[in-house]
Write a protein that binds this ligand. Structure first.
Ligand SMILES: NC(=O)c1ccc[n+]([C@@H]2O[C@H](COP(=O)([O-])OP(=O)(O)OC[C@H]3O[C@@H](n4cnc5c(N)ncnc54)[C@H](OP(=O)(O)O)[C@@H]3O)[C@@H](O)[C@H]2O)c1
Length: 190
């Protein structure tokens, strides 16, 4: 298996996520240990995503979970830039932090992140924010790292009970790196 479209295009809104083979992006109790195994090193697609990222747009739950790790930093500290966290309960920003808290319409939050990204990609973290971006028709791509584990329960990649029609995607890249399988898709709308 090889990469059939390694190059990335700047200026997109990209949902970047890790997923278990059975479709969960977090395990029971929001656990992420399964995705942070030492043997699941950075992949070429992940490294390229970090290189192309100009801003991160994330949800408050992701932020709160991230803070439980003592060494919190986006992408393990290998990336520096503005992080916009959507929340209805904004705390005081940590002094000197790259984090800003935002609320309101998802389109406005994406526009704020786009401006900060200055022509590079906006990366979306968390399924709630990603689904809001899909609903607002502002999500361009999805990059998924598939981890060879079956979790059985947790937070699903995507759930829309009663959905009347699927979200159509077109695969633009397929690659493997060690035990990880990378899949990149373009959202082709509905
Ligand atoms: N596998 C991966 O790569 C990956 C990546 C990211 C996250 N995760 C996991 O995904 C789980 C969290 O996902 P999630 O989708 O449930 O939560 P989330 O997107 O991190 O956060 C949702 C929260 O964000 C706030 N929010 C969202 N939209 C808003 C808006 N328009 N205005 C104001 N506030 C807004 C709300 O918080 P308040 O109302 O409380 O303020 C909402 O409850 C966690 O377990 C996390 O670890 C996994």
């Amino acid at each position: 298996m090889g990469t059939d479209a390694a190059a990335t295009t700047a200026g997109k809104v990209v949902w970047h996520t890790t997923m278990s083979l059975d479709g969960f992006i977090a395990g029971p109790g929001d656990s992420m240990d399964w995705a942070l195994r030492a043997d699941l090193g950075p992949t070429e697609a992940g490294t390229a995503m970090i290189r192309d990222t100009g801003a991160i747009l994330a949800g408050r739950r992701w932020y709160d979970m991230s803070l439980t790790r003592p060494d919190w930093a986006p992408y393990g500290g290998s990336w520096q830039g503005p992080v916009f966290v959507l929340t209805h309960r904004p705390p005081a920003p940590p002094p000197g932090s790259q984090v800003a808290f935002v609320s309101g319409e998802i389109r406005d939050a994406v526009a704020t992140a786009r401006t900060a990204a200055a022509g590079r990609d906006v990366v979306v973290f968390g399924p709630t924010v990603a689904q809001a971006c899909l609903d607002a028709d502002v999500l361009d791509e999805i990059l998924v790292h598939v981890v060879p584990v079956l979790l059985g329960d947790g937070v699903r990649l995507f759930a829309r009970p009663g959905a009347d029609r699927p979200v159509q995607l077109q695969r633009t890249a397929l690659a493997e790196s060690g035990q990880l399988t990378d899949l990149r898709f373009e959202v082709t709308r509905r």
